[in-house]
Design a protein around this ligand. Structure first.
Ligand code: MEZ
Length: 566
């Protein structure tokens, strides 16, 4: 057999092995086919193989559809390798290549779909199934609206699925339990200062004020957020994380997927929105969707919520808006291509701070893997190629990235000991990916990393002294939870990479998208990384998930209210 389809056809019940109606695919999401795969092969838990060093069926992507990687009539591909370079074999990856269905936006077909008119109607369409999209869709559904959530990728999650850190919130029972004193005003001040006061203060106030209810809402949808840590630029511990030490994003997205199903949100994968449709009064009346199998069609809707994420994986947009970042690696999901920004621009939406892009200081060198700020928050130090500290590890990301780019070789090492290895579980993931250097003594670690042994030993002994007295005489790091005294010692090499695009469509406090005259475009809402204004020129760690939850929910609720009004 040349491809997976012929293989199954020969072995099983012809085309019926996979298809309900031979010659037809029941839905763009390929739900039926996926069910057929699982009915023979079992679900992910049945497929996990503990003997494999890298097990693609046991990954942070969660329980995504089999057809995301295993294609019937075209080349199968290992999706993990969009970010990693695992030596994984997938059957039929030499099958005939087909042009990817999503390669082109066909303007003529878009116009034909509009001319034909809607083939379906709903109250609310949400575009993009990351955290903001799911939160908006669930909130709109809970408010009584009929909701369709469209996602261009064969799986949901977007950038949120890759979020390692957590969600900032103030005034939660978790902060109380950890005896953390915090105030809404402090959250606002930290966020404004981090954003160099370019943020929209009204949006920041909402973010802070509704952050605690955001955590509660996530808990009501099945997410545990009981651990707390500090992120760069925050004066206290306010980043809420799963208590089992797992990365926040995959945990949240997996729970949101289940909650969306439970509440009856219709989620369509492989379905790319390509055009926002307005009537003559400049009100939203629908969306043109390009489905993988169903082609172009128009969905009529009273409200549309844009939750398409940023443009951190769109090389042309990065090069255009920030030429100095051209060619830089990106921690972003391949879905972060700025589609929503471009669609909104096309219909006259206003943009806020569109050219502000955040480089995260610690992306694994020569990779796309984010080494979470949590590692520094829990206690790692950052040194240069010689073994010298050069900045407070807990400064804001823009400053940390700038400082690294001024070091020899434009990279840094995060250094920590066994205490941190035991405490921050995500570090085991980096170890599993063979990103860590490990040694029993500081001198051996220096040898492995080609640092100056004396300098590194001096740096660590100075830091341990600062940690003991609580006074970082060198860089005024405010929080030093751990010393570095317990072998083995570890180091991971890092450099800045594109992480978050702060700018995007302008919104008001109801998450309504604004036009060039700053009037709301009736029926159009947006939340999350597609928007600008919340983070100013620089986003603080832990504020992205907070943004997606707080404004996702606001956008969903207001979209439902608009759709259901008489
Ligand atoms: O909010 C983030 O982007 C974040 C906390 C990332 C991280 O370093 O873990």
């Amino acid at each position: 057999a040349n491809d997976l389809a012929s293989f199954h056809k020969d072995k099983g019940d012809g085309c019926k092995t996979c298809h309900q109606t031979p010659g037809k695919v029941a839905d763009d999401s390929e739900n039926y086919i996926n069910g057929q795969c699982q009915s023979c092969h079992g679900d992910y838990s049945a497929l996990k193989n503990p003997k494999l060093k890298i097990d693609p069926h046991n990954s942070h992507l969660g329980d995504i559809h089999c057809t995301s990687c295993h294609k019937g009539h075209e080349q199968s591909k290992v999706y993990c390798n969009e970010c990693h370079s695992f030596d994984l074999k997938i059957p039929f990856n030499d099958a005939k290549k087909k042009e990817a269905w999503d390669a082109k936006w066909d303007q003529e077909k878009i116009q034909q779909a509009i001319a034909k008119g809607p083939v379906e109607s709903t109250d609310v369409v949400v575009i993009g199934a990351g955290s903001a999209g799911y939160n908006a869709a669930i909130a709109a559904k809970q408010a009584g609206a009929k909701v369709i959530l469209v996602e261009k990728a064969p799986f949901s999650g977007g950038n949120s699925m890759l979020a390692a850190g957590g969600m900032n919130a103030v005034g939660t029972p978790q902060q109380k339990a950890h005896h953390v004193e915090d105030k809404v005003e402090w959250f606002v001040e930290d966020t404004m200062k981090g954003g160099r006061y370019a943020n929209d203060p009204k949006l920041v106030e909402i973010l802070a004020e509704q952050s605690a209810s955001g955590v509660k809402w996530l808990e009501s949808l099945g997410v545990n957020m009981d651990d707390l840590k500090r992120s760069g630029g925050a004066r206290v511990d306010r980043t809420h994380r799963p208590a089992d030490g797992r990365s926040a994003g995959p945990t949240i997205v997996q729970a949101l997927r289940k909650a969306a199903d439970k509440y009856g949100v219709e989620t369509r994968l492989n379905s790319r929105a390509e055009k926002l449709v307005l009537n003559d009064d400049h009100q939203i009346v629908g969306v043109v969707v390009h489905g993988k199998h169903s082609g172009y069609y128009m969905l009529s809707a009273k409200s549309v919520v844009l939750t398409t994420g940023g443009y951190g994986y769109n090389k042309q947009m990065i090069a255009f808006y920030r030429p100095t970042f051209k060619g830089m690696t990106s921690s972003n999901n391949i879905t972060a291509t700025g589609d929503g920004i471009n669609m909104a621009k096309e219909i006259g939406a206003s943009m806020t701070d569109i050219d502000w892009i955040q480089a995260h200081p610690t992306i694994g060198m020569d990779s796309r893997i984010l080494i979470s700020e949590t590692v520094r928050g829990v206690g790692a130090i950052m040194v240069n190629a010689e073994g010298k500290r050069f900045v407070s590890e807990l400064t804001t990301r823009d400053r940390a990235s700038d400082a690294i780019l001024k070091q020899p070789g434009k990279f840094a090492w995060l250094v920590f000991d066994n205490q941190l290895y035991k405490k921050a579980k995500m570090v085991r993931g980096y170890d599993h990916l063979q990103m860590l250097k490990k040694a029993d003594t500081i001198a051996d670690l220096a040898k492995l990393t080609k640092m100056d042994a004396k300098l590194l030993a001096g740096t660590i002994s100075d830091y341990n002294e600062y940690q003991k007295t609580g006074d970082d005489k060198a860089f005024h790091r405010e929080d030093m939870p751990l010393n570095l005294t317990q072998p083995p010692y570890y180091a991971v090499k890092v450099a800045p990479g594109i992480h978050h695009t702060m700018g995007g469509v302008a919104i008001d406090t109801k998450a309504e998208v604004l036009d060039l005259q700053s009037w709301p475009i009736k029926g159009l809402y947006a939340a999350g990384e597609v928007t600008g204004g919340v983070h100013g020129y620089n986003r603080l760690g832990g504020n992205a998930i907070a943004d997606t939850v707080v404004f996702g929910k606001i956008a969903g609720e207001n979209a439902a209210t608009n759709a259901l009004k008489k």
